[in-house]
Design a protein around this ligand. Structure first.
Ligand SMILES: [Zn+2]
Ligand SMILES: [Zn+2]
Length: 139
């Protein structure tokens, strides 16, 4: 893996929300569930699990929440102007962010998923790279 030099900055599509990653994510997860396909308007979503103090986020954020299948509340923060999703969090675990803005960072060299979840709902054409962990559903 190439060396990433932190901080790495990025922004939402319209630039209203900016963020700066101060350190490597704890984990990078690709989720192939249908909800994430809708969210990403693509084959899967990429989530960087981060300690809250490892990312600085500036700009106005709107909030949306839903109950996950697990019964946990899943809260989402997004740019109210362009709609880009910035991060998700569980209010019971406020110190951990599920950062969604990874692909918007100026340097994405740290954004390599090592875990793929919900591969039971994956698009047939996407081939999972060798050597990564996979789970049919949520582990
Ligand atoms: Zn925006
Ligand atoms: Zn998902």
């Amino acid at each position: 893996m190439s060396t990433t030099h932190y901080p790495v900055s990025g922004s939402c599509q319209c630039g209203q929300v900016t963020f700066s990653l101060l350190a490597a994510p704890n984990m990078v997860i690709a989720c192939h569930c249908k909800a994430c396909q809708k969210l990403a308007t693509s084959a899967f979503s990429i989530t960087s699990i981060l300690d809250k103090d490892k990312v600085v986020i500036e700009g106005e954020l709107a909030d949306w929440s839903r109950m996950a299948d697990s019964g946990n509340e899943n809260h989402a923060k997004f740019c109210p102007s362009c709609g880009n999703r910035i991060y998700h969090y569980d209010p019971k675990i406020p110190n951990i962010l599920k950062f969604k803005g990874g692909a918007s960072l100026d340097d994405t060299s740290m954004l390599i998923p090592t875990v793929h979840v919900w591969v039971s709902e994956k698009q047939d054409w996407f081939i999972i790279p060798e050597g990564v962990k996979t789970f049919d559903k949520q582990p």
